[in-house]
Design a binder for this molecule. Sequence first.
Ligand SMILES: C[S@@+](CC[C@H](N)C(=O)[O-])C[C@H]1O[C@@H](n2cnc3c(N)ncnc32)[C@H](O)[C@@H]1O
Length: 255
Amino acid sequence: MQYNKDLTDALEFVWGEGILSPGGPEEVTQMLEGVDLSGRRVLDIGSGLGGIDVLLAAQHGAAAVVGIDVEPQLIESARHLAARKGLAGRVTFQLVKPGKLPFADASFDVVFSKDSLLHIADKRPLYAELLRVLKPGGWLIAADWLWSEGAAESAVVLAWLSKLQLKFAFTQPADALQALIEAGFAEPRVTDRRHELQEVNRNEVALLAGPVRQKLAAIVGTEMAESRLSSAKGRQAALDSGCLIPCYLRGRRPT
Ligand SMILES: C[S@@+](CC[C@H](N)C(=O)[O-])C[C@H]1O[C@@H](n2cnc3c(N)ncnc32)[C@H](O)[C@@H]1O
């Protein structure tokens, strides 16, 4: 288990109900720019606590959202959240094993993923699966953390990674674009979001170091609260060094 309860409580405290990744609801809206989810069937890869899946249905109009994740305790929490919001019929969750997706070809109008693909090492089979489950004309809309050439040897990046309990499999933007093309995506796009995420991260550091420090420590313990601050500072240094490159990935299944 990578996402234990103290960690998810701390992340949710910062980003909002059921959300484990930077930027919260505003970032989800930004990711979806130009794509209308009304009446659409959406697959969310790495749904975590399910907060984003609730937003995709309740705020962005998706007709059905299926969230998948590899951690059973997250799937359970996500199901409870959807039920609490009265969305259990439209927003469902499925525990999966890494690898082939348990869905028929052309099952979804949109495949969405926020800050989860970086946990999956083998990008080429992953992108092929994402394309396979999309209907012709359907969109892949993902946010992912990538890194620059040489980042694996960067002292700043290594210092940040050494503070984390999570395992990541980064790729470079040019490789991600090539992998999308090779998988067969039309209109492939990798958009560098480092400036926006630098700002988001700066605010996170200020928040964790300032007004909520004691409050978060009271919820998850001093060690976890300090570890979140230290991780946010390390991530800021990695972002500012240019080594860590948060990106949006987009592509479309050809019609
Ligand atoms: C940073 S969290 C993001 C969760 C959610 N997307 C959000 O933004 O709140 C990454 C998620 O990816 C999940 N994950 C890791 N490997 C996965 C895999 N092979 N397939 C699906 N989900 C995976 C983790 O369990 C975790 O819930």
